[in-house]
Write a protein that binds this ligand. Structure first.
Ligand SMILES: [Ca+2]
Length: 466
């Protein structure tokens, strides 16, 4: 009897263990694919001149996010993606990180890979970081990634991996010179495939694959141009077409590796550009107005889709609900079983509505509030009928000096009551963060082993780099 009672007492415990195991085993693998400077109409599903059959098929079999907004340039978008905060809460509202400028993504709060790691994920990053490297503590492997393979700066040569006279390519912390002469899209594809092949399937995987493609300089492997892009008469556009085709091939390699490893069915994939296409370098956002850097739709509305038959109840559809890049942090945390909200951020979880294909929680967002360049814009309200592509949606645009304490513009102050997006962010201690805080610049710590700007220069020997 005693033994029976003991057994009975153990049953709930075993059930708990079993349910825990089930939850653990069914946490989705997450692959976030970020393209760089890919325009609204630089994808095959919107432009028949572009060759991207893998992405087209995934978009068709998944859900095209037709109202998915990002920041208008690289660094602020990546900061918003990983932190879940609007750039004006981070100091990135008016400035990207240029080579040799010691700016960084603030490390006062955990970012997406850190939180996923705390939820049991293996976390890997491949590609472009662009969130600061003036101290090791601001670099990927100190911000939650188990591994990093790629470059720290905004852009570089696709083959020599140099920018402004310096060499920038790292395998974790170590400078990797073995890749000189190899095309980055192919390198990143190979690395992502290796990560998947070597991944322990008992642990959930988070892979952040941030392609260099299709940012300038315009460089493509010739075979992609020859095979898929010779119908395009403009030379630069033809090269960009080849760059997109190479990226599509890389995505195909990644999905095939997931299938070969038996991970594909339990993987949720997000594809997005980080900003609108730069029309001055052969991208097109037609029929949207504007370009990268601008706050018009063409600069801020991303070519994007989600894919994952096991998770999406509706597929082969355009999803018209508002999604903003700050939303991915809480969305993926909820997908990972970490609850439906993340404190002290601007993002809202979209996990439940993405799964059902139903109405989303977001009714407004801030395009940006840049008090230096006097460019700010808000959007409020539901999607307007007929506003899908050909017309600008209802929006509030004010090219003015944004709020800055008591000296702020009265018009912006008046908006505060009706736009929660303009409320100051709260820090971990509940303190209000002043909106529009200036970009953060710090000198590297004295004696820090950090990769100070000079250290990425080609004149440095690899022995000096740890
Ligand atoms: Ca970009």
């Amino acid at each position: 009897m005693t033994m029976l009672r003991a057994l009975a007492a153990c049953v709930p415990f075993f059930l708990l263990l079993n349910s825990f195991d089930i939850v653990w085993a069914t946490k989705p693998n997450i692959v976030f694919i970020l393209a760089d400077d890919l325009g609204w109409a630089d994808v095959g599903w919107r432009n028949r001149h572009i060759y991207s059959p893998t992405l087209d098929r995934m978009a068709r079999e998944g859900m095209i996010l037709n109202q998915s907004y990002v920041q208008s340039s690289c660094c602020p978008s990546r900061a918003a993606l990983l932190s879940g905060r609007y750039p004006y809460h981070l100091g990135f509202q008016s400035e990207s990180i240029s080579a040799k400028v010691p700016l960084f993504l603030p490390d006062d709060q955990p970012i997406l890979p850190q939180t996923l790691k705390s939820l049991g994920y293996a976390t890997h990053m491949v590609g472009k970081w662009h969130l600061g490297f003036c101290n090791w503590r601001f670099t990927p492997t100190y911000r939650g990634f188990d591994s990093f393979y790629g470059f720290y700066n905004a852009m570089e040569d696709y083959y020599s991996h140099t920018v402004k006279g310096g060499y920038d390519f790292r395998n974790d912390k170590k400078v990797d010179r073995s890749v000189v002469g190899q095309y980055s899209t192919q390198l990143f594809s190979d690395r992502a495939v290796r990560i998947i092949q070597q991944h322990d399937p008992s642990q959930p995987l988070f892979l952040y694959l941030a392609f260099q493609a299709v940012h300038t300089p315009l460089q493509s492997l010739q075979r992609y141009v020859d095979e898929h892009c010779l119908h395009i008469t403009d030379k630069d556009r033809r090269i960009k077409c080849g760059m997109i085709a190479a990226m599509d091939d890389a995505v195909n390699n990644v999905t095939q590796a997931l299938k070969d490893r038996g991970l594909f069915d339990n993987t949720f994939i997000i594809f997005s550009s980080d900003n609108g296409g730069p029309v001055h370098s052969s991208s097109t956002n037609w029929p949207l107005r504007g370009s990268k850097i601008t706050l018009w739709e063409g600069g801020t509305r991303a070519a994007s889709f989600v894919y994952g038959p096991a998770f999406l109840q509706q597929t082969n559809k355009s999803y018209e609900e508002l999604v903003h890049i700050v939303d991915w942090y809480p969305t993926l945390v909820e997908a990972a079983g970490g609850g439906s909200s993340v404190p002290h951020i601007d993002g809202i979880s979209q996990w439940k509505n993405l799964k059902t294909g139903g109405r989303g929680p977001r009714t407004e967002f801030l395009y940006n509030m840049d008090d230096v360049k006097n460019r700010s814009a808000l959007r409020q309200g539901p999607v307007q009928a007929g506003a899908r592509v050909r017309r600008e949606p209802q929006r509030v645009v004010r090219h003015t000096r944004a709020e800055r304490g008591d000296g702020g513009d009265p018009w912006w102050r008046a908006q505060k009551s009706s736009f929660p997006a303009l409320q100051p962010a709260r820090g971990p201690g509940g303190e209000a963060r002043h909106p529009g805080q200036p970009p953060r610049r710090v000198p590297p710590d004295e004696g820090s082993p950090g990769p100070v700007p000079e250290e990425y220069g080609a004149h440095q020997s690899s022995a000096q780099e740890s």
